[in-house]
Design a protein around this ligand. Sequence first.
Ligand SMILES: Cc1cc2nc3c(=O)[nH]c(=O)nc-3n(C[C@H](O)[C@H](O)[C@H](O)COP(=O)(O)OP(=O)(O)OC[C@H]3O[C@@H](n4cnc5c(N)ncnc54)[C@H](O)[C@@H]3O)c2cc1C
Length: 374
Amino acid sequence: MARVGVVGGGIFGLFVARHLAREGTEVTVFEEGPAGAGSVHAAGIIEPTTAYRTNTFAFLRHVGRLWTHRTTTFRSVDPRWLVESARQMGRAAFPGSEEALHAIGVACLRQYRALADEADDFGFAARGLLERYDDPITFAEARRTAVERASRVPVELRDGEWGAGSLYFPEVAWVDTERTVDRLVRELPAGTLVRARVERVGADGSLWVGGSERRFDSVVLCAGVACRRAGVPLTGVRGYGWTVRSRTPVETATIYVDRGIAVVPLAGGLKTTGGWDFDLGTSPWHASSIEGAIRRVVAVDQIGPRQQGSRPCTPDGLPTVGRRDRLVAATGGFRLGWSFAPELGRLAARLAAGQGENDPFLSRFCGDLHGAVL
Ligand SMILES: Cc1cc2nc3c(=O)[nH]c(=O)nc-3n(C[C@H](O)[C@H](O)[C@H](O)COP(=O)(O)OP(=O)(O)OC[C@H]3O[C@@H](n4cnc5c(N)ncnc54)[C@H](O)[C@@H]3O)c2cc1C
């Protein structure tokens, strides 16, 4: 039986493990924190039809608007990512990438739906996404794009409902991130998840835990922003999540686009998230400012513990999955990691099992993948 080691039990690592286990591979996931550690802070909005490229001037303008709302900051970025991002700025999308991501997004939603059909114990709700805009120029741009792709991505225009206007995307869903992690872990074979920090990975299927070497047929690196140490040009864009009790009625997942805040109605309260900090550190120094921005959109009667994580961002903002020797990397989920993880996890599992070749688009940032100290 093939043996695969997975580094990182965030949402990418858990889906990779799920697919490998279902194919009969013996899989071990090494996660230094609790299961889902790097991913549970997220809002859990599953957007099957969207991709956010960061190498565009529209994205830079968006970051400028977040700056005026004090929900983005710049502290530290990966130098290789910065150089590659400058090179990629303004470039046309990789040929075929929009269609490929669309197909991946749709396949992901199908996987979440199939999980919910088996047992809906993770708060799956397919009730759409409302995007609210404060700024008339952003809204005009977003509305134009939405109208252009309306044949592929159904949308309703809701002028005048909030600030500059709103867009409603009926095909978007959401999940409760903590309950989804519980479900995925519960369905893995006993003993799959090992709470341990991986110190080093090799390109030859080796990894080191607690000073000892372990050997696998393949190793899948799903360590989030830490994948940058193994040659993937990535930086981290940090953010925070809180579950709050609120008297504000919220019917559907809502993103306050210009403020970088998301609000999702769950059985146990509202999941609220925000923060776009370009920061490779772990200090929650900006959390109180994000909490303030959340309190400006919903009434907070009671607030739960703060969760935090980082969006792994490639130089074009789109995900990357590729294999070199016996090492596979799956990362770059950026602001849509939950939306892409089920299908990218399946593709990474296939590469780890020696099935299929690197996809030219998906593997574009994995060419320099190498063994590394993590
Ligand atoms: C505020 C916010 C809201 C978001 N909302 C959404 C949303 O609504 N929808 C959506 O689709 N996406 C959302 N995202 C994006 C999504 O959360 C990320 O893209 C996703 O978490 C990335 O998953 P990952 O598994 O690649 O990395 P991570 O979540 O970072 O997981 C990596 C894991 O690897 C572990 N690890 C790292 N190094 C080691 C090591 N050496 N040994 C062992 N373990 C290690 C870490 O502890 C971590 O648990 C949001 C992000 C933020 C910041």
